[in-house]
Ligand binder design. Structure first.
Ligand code: NOJ
Length: 565
């Protein structure tokens, strides 16, 4: 049923908690989103992906769902959701839901039943194992630190949780679980939602031998479960079943979150025959600056690594799958702080636009994370107290308290650099109190730079970052080559300039981006046989021999002979 409309779409991710608070309780909500639909329409995006809005005790900000068919009270009611969907559709905006089905909350009715007894009908909805001499069944470390097994006295057994102990993993081996999930998905699709972003979907099939993992240090004393859970033995079978039972019956968009997926795996998930998903989120480019403790590092990225990884994915999925293009999401720091330069207003603006250019001229479906279109930055809060994320809290317990791998000051610098809360500070709507996000006390502090960086300042101002994003989105709708063209890297190994071209029929798109605060040499040999037009640039003019600090430009060329056609 799919018409592949998603290949031409631009997606905007909303993290509802931090987007817009309509009732002054300090937490963003559904009515807040509805009130901002015109803003999103003005930006020009096509699809809104909502991070989870379901009922949840909020151990992991909604990624721990206790009822898949109810709305979290903080966010409003089902009527609010239906109004949002209807108002979005009226404006031609589609809504994609977050689907978190690798795990539920431990407060989900299924889990409450499951833990009651070994012969409870819901027992096999989760992964329970007997321990070895009161120790967990194997050495797997949770991705949120500590053991991936939690002991439950009631039945003297352990349950598996790749994330926090409040997020027990579902047992996908059980056909009843799969049926429940497909029914729930159908229920939302019948309500009219336009697709799903599938949380850690590559983890749903576990190696049933449950062998010990290698102790690499990344999980402290625990072993790495990744090889036994990631892209597991039955994952493609499950997704094909889901596709047959649910997805293929609707004209929707699907994107799977697949940490650790290789290009080859991604090609299977997103195969052109459409038997699984439309696209996946790969993680390689957002891991290039990680250190021995993952994101808890002060490392900065190297451009040559970024170019290598992005090029690999562009080339690898060309013709066989489809890329999703992102710099940011609710788990990542702000891209202008990470890959750009937020140290002065001038460099901030140039580098925010430069990053937008590079990403939006690639092949794939671009994702804009709320506030990215304004160039929102990491907040650099001076206290760990201001970073409530469960991942950071648990990493602190392990890295600072238990294992003394780093001091508290070092850990704070790591969180300021790559911590997940960098992307979760409230959306900056205006220069008013709390950036116009809430009339109350925000659940997480607002970035102090909201008076300078905010939507009110930028919408309608032709040279703003927001207007630049509008132009990029329009270009994608106008030039087929942006969707269709093949990617070719022009200068591999540079540590200052990313230069690539897209080629399609007799057209060429040439993209040049300077990732440094110095002028960079970039001779633009011009072929007399072609006409060249500047599609977009973040400076007022274009010099022929050099790129100025964080300059980006995209040229469109077609052979002169074509002009007479
Ligand atoms: C990935 C989500 O993006 C992240 O926010 C969450 O903590 C984990 N999955 C667990 O659901």
């Amino acid at each position: 049923m799919s018409t592949n409309w998603w290949k031409k779409a631009v997606v905007y991710q909303i993290y509802p908690r931090s987007f817009c608070d309509s009732n002054g309780d300090g937490i963003g909500d559904l009515n807040g989103i509805t009130g901002r639909l015109d803003y999103l329409k003005t930006l020009g995006v096509d699809v809104l992906w909502l991070s989870p809005v379901y009922q949840s005790p909020n151990a992991d900000n909604g990624y721990d769902i206790s009822d898949y068919r109810a709305i979290m009270k903080d966010f409003g009611t089902m009527e609010d959701f239906e109004r949002l969907l209807c108002e979005a559709h009226k404006r031609g905006l589609r809504i994609v839901m977050d689907l978190v089905v690798n795990h539920t909350s431990d407060e989900h009715a299924w889990f409450r039943e499951s833990r009651k007894s070994e012969n409870n009908p819901y027992r096999d909805y989760y992964i329970w194992k007997k321990g070895k001499d009161s120790k967990p069944p194997n050495n797997w470390g949770s991705w949120f630190y500590g053991s991936a097994w939690e002991y439950d006295q009631q039945t003297d057994s352990h349950y598996l949780h790749i994330f926090s102990k409040k997020q027990p993993d579902l047992n996908w081996e059980n056909p009843k679980v799969r049926r429940e999930i497909y029914d729930m998905m159908t229920w939302w699709l019948e309500k009219g939602v336009d697709g799903f972003r599938m949380d850690v979907i590559s983890l749903i099939s576990k190696n049933q031998r449950f062998p010990d993992g290698q102790v690499t240090g990344a999980y402290g004393e625990y072993g790495d479960l990744t090889p036994y859970c990631e892209n597991g033995p039955r994952v493609h079978e499950y997704l094909q079943e889901m596709n047959r039972e649910v997805l293929s019956r609707y004209d929707i968009m699907t994107v799977g979150e697949t940490p650790n997926a290789t290009v080859e795996e991604a090609a299977r998930y997103t195969n052109a025959a459409g038997t699984e998903l439309n696209m996946v989120f790969q993680f390689e480019h957002v891991a290039i600056d990680h250190g021995p403790y993952g994101k808890y590092t002060e490392n900065r990225f190297r451009l040559s690594d970024l170019i290598r990884v992005m090029s690999k994915w562009q080339e690898g999925l060309s013709g066989v799958g489809w890329n999703s293009l992102y710099w940011e999401n609710h788990d990542q720091p702000r891209s202008v702080s990470r890959f750009g330069n937020a140290s002065t207003p001038f460099l901030w603006e140039k580098s925010a636009k430069m990053l937008a250019t590079c990403l939006h001229m690639l092949q794939g479906t671009p994702y804009i994370y709320q506030g990215q279109e304004l160039g929102m930055t990491n907040p650099n809060f001076s206290s760990l107290e201001d970073y409530p994320d469960i991942d950071a809290r648990q990493a602190y317990e392990l890295l600072v308290k238990a294992q003394r791998k780093m001091s508290e000051e070092e850990f704070l610098r790591c969180v300021q650099n790559l911590g997940r809360d960098n992307g979760r500070t409230p959306m900056q709507w205006s220069g008013q109190k709390n950036g116009g996000f809430t009339a109350g006390e925000p659940w997480i502090k607002v970035n102090p730079n909201y008076q300078r960086i905010n939507a009110q300042n930028q919408v309608g101002r032709p040279d703003s970052v927001f207007s630049y994003y509008q132009r990029l989105i329009r270009l994608r709708k106008t030039y087929e080559i942006i969707t269709e063209g093949t990617y070719e890297l022009l200068d591999s190994g540079s540590n200052t300039v990313w230069a690539y071209q897209r080629v399609w029929n007799r057209e060429r798109l040439l993209v040049l981006a300077n990732f440094s605060d110095q002028e960079a040499c970039c001779p633009l040999a011009k072929n007399p046989e072609v006409t060249r037009q500047i599609l977009i640039s973040n400076y007022d003019d274009v010099k022929s021999e050099t790129l100025r600090p964080y300059e980006a430009v995209a040229f469109y060329e077609r052979e002169r002979a074509d002009e007479n056609i």
